[in-house]
Design a protein around this ligand. Sequence first.
Ligand SMILES: C[S@@+](CC[C@H](N)C(=O)[O-])C[C@H]1O[C@@H](n2cnc3c(N)ncnc32)[C@H](O)[C@@H]1O
Length: 319
Amino acid sequence: MTTNASDPGKNDIFKIFRDRFFSMGRIASYPWAFVEKELISSNSTEVISQILNQTCCHPLCSDFPPSAQYRRLFLSELIKQEQEASHCDPSDRLYDALAQVIGAAETSHCYKSYFLPGGGAVTLQENVAVISEGTTGLVTWEAALHLAEWALENQQYFTNRSVLELGSGAGFTGITICCSLAPSSFIFSDCHPKVLHKLSENIALNQLDPQVVQVEELDWSCVTEEQLRAVGADTVMAADVVYDPVVVEMLVSLLCRIFAISSPDVFICSTVRNTDTYRGFVQRLEHVGILHEVLSGPVRRIFPYNRESQIEIIKLYKK
Ligand SMILES: C[S@@+](CC[C@H](N)C(=O)[O-])C[C@H]1O[C@@H](n2cnc3c(N)ncnc32)[C@H](O)[C@@H]1O
């Protein structure tokens, strides 16, 4: 039995390899049982070839590769799977792919790509370390992926609307919305200079229309009334901005000021890591008279992230 590229079930699995590889998902989370089964039942290494085509030999990998360390880890696991199942030396293609990354220098940044349902991908340059240069904003967090999935199912809040994103970080959610949902204008914002720089680079990398998008330095602790009035968005959104009681205080006071001057639809998507911090956020909202409703999460799984994390999207209302 050979691996048939036109078999829809198998193609879906090769896509899982592609999606995990380009978003640098956990190596253990790949469908390795499928590879083992294929290698044993077909007695052929075609499955390895197909996986290489979707990962290290995919055209995207030459321009925007995941980190060298990640590619080495991935290829080592693929070699291990092949050797354990077929008890022979790794195929030449696999060796060639490994030879290309074995001497590659480590860098502090890498590329991650997230494939869109309508075709194409959002590619971001991100830092390898989760926290670096004194900020959490140089990588994409799970809440950003979750909020983007939800946005794709709730386009009425984005298409032909002016949107403001708070704490945009590396820019994944906003870039996905701009690529897929045609907002009339989209303001990305953050407070950290290195984050704002990376954000601008990622926006350029994804060739967003400069007539539609803008990057603003908007620090919740010192944004002026004038700045908020100038933004005047129909939709305000933020992902993973509830992670520290000090940050929460500033965020709630900013939301109060936004509601004092306009009535946008406001969505906050949070990974609930610390229930006290999250509960503190919700209590602060209630205290200042902002109501909230917990929304159902996205139905369709589009982007790869750990589904076991507790992630919540709330819509806020002025009392
Ligand atoms: C955990 S990151 C989330 C980034 C992105 N939204 C995501 O989910 O991938 C939090 C972001 O909030 C930004 N941030 C924190 N405090 C802020 C403040 N006072 N004003 C504006 N942005 C802030 C940080 O710079 C960082 O980019």
